[in-house]
Design a protein around this ligand. Sequence first.
Ligand SMILES: Nc1ncnc2c1ncn2[C@@H]1O[C@H](COP(=O)(O)OP(=O)(O)O)[C@@H](O)[C@H]1O
Ligand SMILES: [Mg+2]
Length: 258
Amino acid sequence: MPASTLAIANQKGGVGKTTTTVSIGSAFASMGIPTLIVDMDPQANATSSLGLKKNPGYGLYEPLLSGKNLANRVLSTGRQNLWIIPSELDLAAAEFELSHQKDYLIKLRKSLSSLKKDYGLRAILIDCPPTLGLLSMNSLCSADFLVVTLQSEYLALEGLGQIVDVVKQLKNSGANPELTLGGIVMTMYDNRTQLSYEVWLEALKHYPKETFKTAIPRTVRLSEAPSFGKTIFEYDRKSPGAIAYLSLAKEMRKKFLH
Ligand SMILES: Nc1ncnc2c1ncn2[C@@H]1O[C@H](COP(=O)(O)OP(=O)(O)O)[C@@H](O)[C@H]1O
Ligand SMILES: [Mg+2]
């Protein structure tokens, strides 16, 4: 069974990418699905959200530039079925250095390819930085599916067209012919506001097949969990955020994992 690779991306910051990556990764793991999280953001929020220290020299930077196998960068998260390739601040410099290299779009894909077999992985989730630079491009070139998180707020859909165009370009140029817009997740949904509902309707109108049925509510528990280095399931598994992410994980499993 080959692993499916999902890039969780949006060029805006603070729209729930990292929260979604970590929550879906741990939900998959709890369902018995061997899962790897790749932290592609130099801010390393996914790394710290799982309670791991940022460790200079142990991230993606060096293997990404050299194109070497990533096996020795995979860390246990201390949770069954869940591994991570952590990030480090140095990754920011990799963006510039990559631009001078041949094959600069598919470095990550090359490095990841042999890993999939080694760990018997079934899902790889890549947490992208809030830009459309080379780190995000490498993530998209490694992915089977793009998952966009949309904050349920005014102008949320602005910028979605841009990332969808990037998918088309990467597909048509042959950089990643397999890539598809796999899904749109509504995050920080507030069901007391008309605005959240309108943004959701708008997403459904333009992307009826891609928009997930489960919307992630805005809840303080989801914002508290990372500061304890805990996933939402470890922090408060009965909270509305945990219930929503578990439901989203089931939708994703059905759609993306075979
Ligand atoms: N559904 C939610 N409800 C409340 N706070 C959230 C929710 N999702 C994310 N957050 C918080 O919002 C901030 C931005 O989320 P994050 O996942 O880091 O976004 P991104 O990775 O897109 O920058 C973080 O402090 C996070 O804890
Ligand atoms: Mg993030």
